[in-house]
Design a binder for this molecule. Structure first.
Ligand code: SF4
Length: 161
């Protein structure tokens, strides 16, 4: 049975920067959990960041720029947390390799997990097209990443594996 990587906050775990979850209640996700397919990851907490923690945004591009040493991840208090984000991405990739995972559903707009948009680094609630650091690393390794708004598409991809 093929497994799937899912953001911990989407599974009801209170791991977001503000100490909250972003629980998804879709039937498909519940069925994945029931059948033992789901492997949970919070790249930021698993890398050692606390809960709660200051909001962070990518400055100088998106997750691909961070992996290329061109972008940085900066908190709203001005701390450079890039190394945590790179470490969390590596841990996500290691989990995918361990469980032979080729599909992930990650939380949209996060600087780690975003898969089509992220905040622009100005802390003005402005979003740009782009991906988070974990999504960038997974996609570089041919793992398909969907958002929580694309669970049906992820299910179709899983069925076609
Ligand atoms: Fe953790 Fe990703 Fe959820 Fe942020 S979006 S809390 S990094 S799982």
């Amino acid at each position: 049975m093929n497994k799937i990587l899912v953001s911990a906050c989407l599974l009801g775990k209170r791991v977001r920067y503000d100490g909250r979850a972003l629980t998804v209640t879709e039937h498909i996700l519940k069925e994945w959990i029931r059948s033992g397919r789901v492997v949970s990851i919070c790249p930021e907490v698993d890398a050692g960041m606390p809960i709660p923690r200051p909001a962070a945004e990518i400055s100088g591009g998106d997750g691909y720029a961070v992996l290329a040493q061109k972008g940085r991840v900066i908190t709203s208090t001005g701390a450079d947390v890039t190394d945590y984000f790179r470490s969390g991405a590596q841990q996500a990739l290691a989990l995918c390799k361990e469980h032979h995972i080729k599909i992930a559903v990650l939380s949209e707009a996060s600087p780690s997990c975003g898969s089509s948009v992220i905040y622009d680094g100005s802390f003005s609630r402005t979003k740009n097209a782009g991906v988070g650091v974990t999504t960038a690393l997974l996609r570089k390794n041919e793992i398909r990443v969907f958002s929580q708004h694309e669970i049906s598409a992820a299910q179709a991809a899983l069925a076609n594996q």
